[in-house]
Design a protein around this ligand. Sequence first.
Ligand SMILES: Nc1ncnc2c1ncn2[C@@H]1O[C@H](COP(=O)(O)OP(=O)(O)OC[C@H]2O[C@@H]([n+]3cccc(C(=O)O)c3)[C@H](O)[C@@H]2O)[C@@H](O)[C@H]1O
Ligand SMILES: Nc1ncnc2c1ncn2[C@@H]1O[C@H](COP(=O)(O)OP(=O)(O)OP(=O)(O)O)[C@@H](O)[C@H]1O
Ligand SMILES: [Mg+2]
Length: 264
Amino acid sequence: MIDLRFSEAELEQRREHITGFIREQIDAAGAEGAVLGLSGGIDSTLTATLAVEALGAENLHGLVLPATVSSEGNMSDAERVAQDLEIGYDVIEIEPLVDSLLAAYPEAEGDREAVGNARARLRAVLNYLVANHEQRLVLGTGNRSEAAVGYFTKYGDGAVDCHPIGNLYKGQVRQLARHVGVPEELAAKTATAELWADQTDEDELGISYDTLDSILAAHIDGPLSVAATCRLLEVDEATVERVRGMYERSEHKRTVPPAPPSLE
Ligand SMILES: Nc1ncnc2c1ncn2[C@@H]1O[C@H](COP(=O)(O)OP(=O)(O)OC[C@H]2O[C@@H]([n+]3cccc(C(=O)O)c3)[C@H](O)[C@@H]2O)[C@@H](O)[C@H]1O
Ligand SMILES: Nc1ncnc2c1ncn2[C@@H]1O[C@H](COP(=O)(O)OP(=O)(O)OP(=O)(O)O)[C@@H](O)[C@H]1O
Ligand SMILES: [Mg+2]
């Protein structure tokens, strides 16, 4: 695999770059601070930690939004993150909202993916309810690895005002988290979207983040051909092609929705 770890100096540089970015986004919008969803996972934990450094705890509002499929451990970790960072936060159960949605459209009952994505979108509705009401921006928690393969819900966790950690591969998210003092048990935790029971990112994607990060850095974001990537990483061609396919098929999630070209 490629060693994508930062040096100590680079970690400090990234920390300042991201906190500066968050401050600029809030200032440019004339907003009163930010809101973000806290899941107990490492992406939201790192984003919240850097946002507190950037804005101060009083300017960040956390939302812990449990569903029936959320694990108690993750939800208590999410609350612990808010408490350790000393930010204001609310805990709002989203399953009644899921139930209302399914009462309105029972045909989707039992469709694991559709209902799971609806959970992510209901969280986005709540984020924006708070953002509108308190003149805040919604901070995204997506990283480069997820964005590149479209591993997020369109207009769900992807519905945000900016992506502070959007340039970091997943392994780098863990490394920066450790650097800024996130407890090891959170930094090392298995990544899960928790849109349905027992979901994990690596199982669903069918690839480890170590391998995915390296293929992205070498081939999708980097200059290497498929063949050169296979040789360098000692992975088979089918794996690289699969990542390339996920990248290409998810292009629509990373761009503004198109309209027909102008006839003028
Ligand atoms: N070519 C195209 N051009 C324009 N639009 C296109 C399209 N193909 C699909 N679409 C639209 O996109 C929709 C499918 O996209 P979407 O609704 O996002 O659904 P989809 O990509 O199928 O599912 C989301 C994936 O992200 C994962 N996820 C979600 C949330 C959080 C996390 C996490 O890591 O925490 C992971 C989730 O487990 C699942 O694997 C289609 O229903 C259609 O409306
Ligand atoms: N139960 C939840 N309550 C509040 N926000 C949530 C919840 N579940 C997911 N989210 C939001 O959706 C985002 C995307 O989830 P994702 O799983 O990719 O990130 P994570 O949980 O922070 O880290 P990891 O990928 O390591 O699990 C979270 O960072 C968080 O902002
Ligand atoms: Mg998660």
